[in-house]
Design a protein around this ligand. Structure first.
Ligand code: BGC
Length: 765
């Protein structure tokens, strides 16, 4: 019946198309927008109130849609609602067969046949799994990140999906929060660039292509600031942090054309995000002019009652819709109460029209009205998903995500021949953990383990000992199974093996299911008996390379003091073992830089490089005194700072210069610096540029990242690199959310981490 709807517009469509042939691309685009808007408006005119509510209703996949239709219970209700046009979207239905079956119900049986938009958490890959988003952020390689999102989109689209609930662009400074693995770290500038890369990677140039899907910036907003890092907790932050730290990556996603936003489980300063009109209506839809739609988080409309914000589901539905939440994910709030709320004049029908218009617009842009089965091609599904090309792309992403944290005595890269190597740790032989906690459609145990990756280098003798299990079982949902094992009976075998080998590679850290949603921790130490295992092995062999697998910063102070080489390898997805082996053997020279600060211990959390000076800062030099901003038992600095990461070569920064010393507030500041590869091998370096606005009407951080560039240099080669800062970079948001540029003195810092090596200054007049 979608053909019916389409035919309503044929005349209008053809004449508009004829006119637009000779016009330029941008004009075409806005013409296209107008055409779509006209179609949306006409469709809304013929929709009943019930059908409008239906478009705002999203259900989880609820039964095997390819089987016989259910006759009872919740599933029957949902099935009947699909047939009556009372469902606008489904999530967690995947695979061409399933998607086609569910789409067929609405297309063939509902009155208007409005296609469903099919959503899924394609967070870091569909079946071919990329590194977790935090790891990808460590690459600082925007092209690679965009490509990785493109691969995920291509595979998801081939499986019938046309909308991902990604990217998560929540900034977080608290490694206790399990979802730090899903974001791009602590910095708003880096996270904004990555947000753009991911949005454009998922959505591509043309949303109607069968290789792209709609993206979703989530969780709007401030979910990453959950108090004490505890999942789903209160968020209470000031306006300066909101405007300058939390919102910029969302704004970047909106500016990059993201089609949807998701709100969050958190409250912000007393108002749940889902019922937060200031966030959704004022900031997002009014100030930023966002014209896509907002989906609630899973059951977050209903949860406003648990928050004590709404008395019951009906009140929650009212608050949410008035606040600008356009689609209800699995709260059953809209489908149960919206109709009545409109009939009682508690909610204006125009609010529904606006929400429905936004939803339909995205469906049109995806091309679902032209062909609701366009993502349902069995052949494409077979050839696209898990292709060699996609595996190569995620391998490349995985290598780029690895960060070399320490490398003393040039223990790395490993020699390729004649060595005895021991591989120790349960994670070394794990094919499941590397897939992370958002493994979506990946097959269990489908990752290349570190052991398998290392075995491909046959010149050395490689032996493996587990040492100890990490967790007692493992599962995505049951907490108890991800509890650490305390069994040390395997220690002896590992220690004996270590005694007989030249080099020991210890793969330790967190299981893939120990970070992610619902996995907050109160310790950042190596979980379980792994620290003990590390120390015991160290007693018999000091030549250790520690390879970390984890979804959040860990506090590894002991390891940093004792272990000669440390490699941060996160959860790297399908190609984990190959990527790690290539880095350990020097076939890939590591270039990753930390997107988050690593604390010395958990007491330092939240810790981040862009902190405020305080009235009694570090510069308060006489440290014998007690009255300055510090701890008595540990220094203020992190173990590894934001932006930090080593290479197998070394770099030297020189000649930091600005073209002038004094600029008008509208002028561009041109900066140059020279970088030289002073080591023995070709390597890549991420040159980072930070500023400090020394005095402002609102205090500014001691450092703010404002630009970065990745440069590859051969041994001995040097290059002059230019940066331009303009008013987009030199201002800040005041407490009313207005962007300001104030005259005054600035410092510039350039180097290979937030502990920069060169410094200069300029003034804005
Ligand atoms: C998460 C979202 C996710 C949704 C759907 C929620 O629990 O917070 O990020 O997109 O579930 O799976």
């Amino acid at each position: 019946m979608y053909y019916k709807i389409t035919s309503l517009f044929i005349f209008f469509f053809l004449s508009s198309q004829y006119n637009s042939y000779s016009q330029n691309h941008n004009k075409n685009k806005s013409n296209q927008d107008k055409i779509i808007q006209a179609k949306v408006d006409s469709l809304i005119k013929i929709m009943t109130l019930e059908e409008k509510v239906g478009q705002m209703n999203q259900y989880n996949g609820f039964y095997d849609v390819t089987g016989p239709s259910p006759n009872e219970g919740n599933s029957k209700i949902k099935y009947d609602q699909l047939r009556s046009g009372l469902v606008g979207s489904m999530l967690n239905v995947r695979g061409v067969k399933e998607v086609r079956a569910v789409q067929k119900i609405v297309i063939e049986e509902s009155r208007l046949g409005i296609p469903l938009i099919i959503g899924f958490d394609v967070i870091h890959g569909y079946k071919t799994i990329s590194p977790i988003p935090l790891a990808e952020a460590a690459s600082w390689d925007l092209k690679a990140i965009k490509k990785s999102a493109g691969v995920a989109a291509e595979e998801a689209a081939a499986a019938g999906i046309n909308w991902t609930f990604a990217p998560m662009v929540d900034i977080s400074r608290d490694a206790r929060w399990g979802r730090v693995m899903e974001g791009a770290g602590e910095d708003p500038y880096l996270a904004s660039r990555i947000a753009e890369a991911r949005v454009t990677g998922f959505q591509g140039e043309d949303l109607s292509s069968v290789q792209t899907i709609a993206a979703c910036a989530k969780h709007f907003a401030a979910y990453g600031f959950s108090e004490s890092g505890k999942e789903y907790n209160t968020v209470d932050i000031g306006t300066s942090t909101l405007y300058n730290i939390v919102l910029p990556p969302f704004k970047a996603a909106a500016d990059a054309g993201v089609k949807t936003f998701m709100n969050g489980f958190n409250e912000l300063n007393g108002i749940p995000a889902t019922g937060n009109s200031f966030l959704q209506r004022e900031i997002l839809k009014k100030r930023w002019g966002f014209d896509g739609f907002v989906v609630s988080d899973w059951a977050s409309i209903g949860e406003m009652t648990s928050w004590g914000y709404t008395e019951n589901l009906k009140a929650a539905a009212k608050k949410a819709v008035l606040a600008g939440s356009d689609m209800d994910m699995e709260s059953n709030a809209y489908i149960t109460h919206l109709l009545q709320l409109v009939k009682n004049n508690e909610v204006d029908e125009a609010i529904l029209d606006d929400a429905v218009s936004r939803i339909l617009k995205v469906k049109y842009e995806l091309g679902l009205f032209d062909d609701p089965y366009k993502y349902c091609d069995e052949k494409r599904e077979l050839t696209t998903i898990g292709s060699v090309k996609n595996k190569e792309a995620v391998l490349d992403m995985a290598r780029k995500s690895i960060v070399l944290l320490k490398n003393e005595n040039q223990i790395l890269p490993l020699r390729k021949n004649g060595q005895k190597i021991a591989l120790i740790g349960a994670l070394a032989n794990d094919k499941n953990s590397p897939l992370g906690s958002w493994r979506t459609a990946a097959d269990d145990n489908s990752a290349i383990s570190v052991l398998e990756g290392m075995q491909k280098y046959s010149g050395n003798t490689l032996s493996f000992a587990k040492g100890a299990d990490l967790v007692i079982g493992e599962t995505a949902f049951i907490h108890e199974l991800n509890i650490n094992s305390t069994d040390k009976t395997g220690f002896k075998e590992a220690i004996d093996l270590a005694k007989q080998t030249d080099v020991v590679i210890m793969v330790l850290g967190e299981h893939g299911y120990q970070s992610g949603e619902g996995r907050s921790r109160t310790s950042l130490d190596l979980p379980g008996v792994q620290q003990e295992l590390l120390e015991e092995v160290f007693k018999v062999n000091k030549n250790i390379v520690l390879v970390l697998n984890n979804g959040r910063p860990l506090s590894i102070t002991w390891a940093d003091e004792h272990i000669p080489a440390i490699v941060e390898a996160w959860h790297l997805g399908t190609e984990t073992g190959n990527a790690i082996a290539q880095v350990l053997y020097g076939d890939y020279n590591p270039s990753g830089k930390l997107p988050v600060s690593f604390p010395r211990n958990i007491g330092q959390v939240p810790i981040y490089y862009n902190y405020k000076s305080t009235g009694r800062p570090l510069a308060y030099e006489d440290k014998k005194m007690v009255f300055w901003s510090h701890y008595s038992d540990v220094e203020n600095t992190p173990l590894y700072p934001f932006g930090y990461g080593l290479s197998y070569t070394s770099f030297k920064y020189n000649s930091l210069e600005t073209d002038k010393k004094v600029y008008g507030t509208n002028e561009k500041v041109n900066i140059s610096v020279t970088l030289k590869n002073t080591g023995e091998v070709t390597g890549k370096e991420v040159i980072q540029l930070y500023i400090q606005d020394l005095f402002a009407s609102i205090t500014r951080p001691v450092k703010e990242l404002k630009a970065f560039k990745m440069i590859e240099l051969k041994p001995g080669e040097s290059k002059k690199v230019n940066f331009v800062l303009d008013k987009e970079s030199l201002g800040f948001y005041n407490n009313e959310g207005e962007y300001m540029i104030e005259p005054g003195k600035f410092k510039i810092f350039v180097g290979g981490s937030s502990y920069t090596s060169l410094e200069s200054n300029f003034e804005l007049k």
